[in-house]
Design a protein around this ligand. Structure first.
Ligand SMILES: [Mn+2]
Length: 320
C-alpha cells in the first residue's frame, strides 16, 4: 500500500515530460544505484518521458549502468529528483538545468527544507531502501536490472546489514524485493567487493599505520605520496573506512586524506558509540550520527579536529 508521500511522488513524476535525476558529488554505490534504478524504473513505466540520470561518471561504478549527458537543451521545465543528498550545494551536475519542481528522496538528517516535495527518513539504511519501497508501493515498474541495483545500494550503504540503521523494515523491504523479482543476489556481491591487489596492499598499509590511543580514538593521516605509492586515488580511503569497524577498544576512527587537486584534507569519520556528526559539522562536513565526513582547509586545524574527537571519546567513556 502506497503511503501519502509515495502517492504524491508518483503523481508528480506522472505529470512531467522531462525528468532529471541527480545525486551527491563524489558518489558512492547507494547514490549511483538509487539514481540509476529510479531513472530506469520511470523510463520503463513511462516510455514516452525523457528521463536522465546526471553527474560525473566514475569508472568503477559503470557496472551499475551508464549516466546520461547533462545536455539540458531539451530539458526545459523539468522535474528534478535528487536522491541520497541533503542539500542542493552537494548535488552533482545540475548547474545549467532549468527545473520547475524538486523532489528529494534521502536518508541523511537535514534541518532545512530544500525541495518542494521531500521524502526523508533518516532512520532508513540507504536511499535505495526508500526507492525500493517507492517502486514496490506504487505503479512504478521494476525489472531484474533495477532490482540488482537497488539490492546493491542497500547492501553497500548498510555495510552488509552491519550498520545500526539496518532495521526490521530494511529486511522486510529486501525480502519483498527478492520475492517479487527473484534476483540472483549472491552473484551480485563481486560487483561490490572484488578489489585489485594494490588496494589490498593499501589496506595493509592502513592497518599497519593506524594510530590509536587509550580513549578509543584511532586515526591516520594519508599523504599524496602514499596514495601514489599504492596507486590508489583520493576516494579509496573513504571506501575502506568501514573495514575498520569492530576493533576492540576503538570507539571512533578517522582517515584524513590530503586531496592535492582540491587543496583540502578530506576526512572520513566513523563511530561505534559517540555521536560524531556535530564535530563533522564544525569542520565543514556532516552526515549521520555514526558515519560522517568533513573537509579541513588548514593543516593547523587537523590537530584541533583530532583533539575534539579525542575529547568526545573521553566524555563517552566517562558516561558509559
Ligand atoms: Mn546513502
Amino acid at each position: 500500500m502506497a503511503r501519502d508521500i509515495e502517492k504524491k511522488i508518483f503523481k508528480t513524476i506522472k505529470k512531467y515530460k522531462n525528468i532529471v535525476i541527480a545525486r551527491h558529488i563524489g558518489p558512492d554505490p547507494d547514490a549511483i544505484a538509487s539514481q540509476i534504478a529510479l531513472r530506469d524504473s520511470i523510463q520503463l513505466t513511462f516510455p514516452n518521458k525523457n528521463v536522465i540520470a546526471v553527474g560525473m561518471t566514475v569508472a568503477k561504478f559503470k557496472k551499475f549502468g551508464l549516466l546520461d549527458k547533462s545536455d539540458y537543451e531539451n530539458f526545459k521545465d523539468a522535474l528534478l529528483i535528487i536522491t541520497d543528498v541533503p542539500t542542493l550545494e552537494r548535488v552533482d551536475g545540475i548547474e545549467n538545468l532549468n527545473y520547475q519542481e524538486i523532489i528529494k528522496i534521502d536518508h541523511h538528517p537535514c534541518s532545512t527544507k530544500v525541495a518542494d516535495l521531500e521524502y526523508i527518513d533518516d532512520s532508513a539504511s540507504s536511499a535505495c531502501q526508500l526507492i525500493t519501497e517507492l517502486i514496490l508501493n506504487t505503479p512504478l515498474k521494476i525489472n531484474q536490472n533495477i532490482a540488482n541495483n537497488l539490492f546493491l545500494g542497500v547492501v553497500s550503504d548498510s555495510d552488509r546489514f552491519l550498520i545500526s540503521y539496518t532495521s526490521v523494515k530494511t529486511f522486510k523491504i529486501i525480502t519483498r524485493l527478492l520475492e517479487e523479482t527473484k534476483i540472483d543476489f549472491i552473484s551480485l556481491y563481486d560487483k561490490l567487493y572484488e578489489r585489485p591487489m594494490n588496494e589490498i596492499k593499501f589496506h595493509g598499509y592502513l592497518c599497519e599505520n593506524l594510530i590509536y590511543n587509550d580513549n578509543g580514538l584511532a586515526y591516520i593521516h594519508i599523504s599524496p605520496e602514499i596514495l601514489k605509492k599504492y596507486d590508489v586515488d583520493v576516494a579509496t580511503p573513504s571506501n575502506m573506512i568501514n573495514d575498520f569497524n569492530y576493533i576492540k577498544d576503538v570507539l571512533v576512527w578517522t582517515f584524513i586524506t590530503y586531496d592535492e587537486k582540491n587543496e583540502v584534507y578530506k576526512v572520513n569519520i566513523r563511530s561505534r558509540g559517540p555521536i560524531i556528526n556535530e564535530i563533522a559539522a564544525k569542520y565543514n562536513g556532516g552526515g549521520h550520527k555514526f558515519a560522517s565526513g568533513a573537509r579541513i582547509y588548514q593543516e593547523s586545524d587537523i590537530e584541533l579536529f583530532i583533539k575534539d574527537l579525542d575529547n568526545l571519546c573521553k566524555e563517552y567513556q566517562k558516561n558509559s
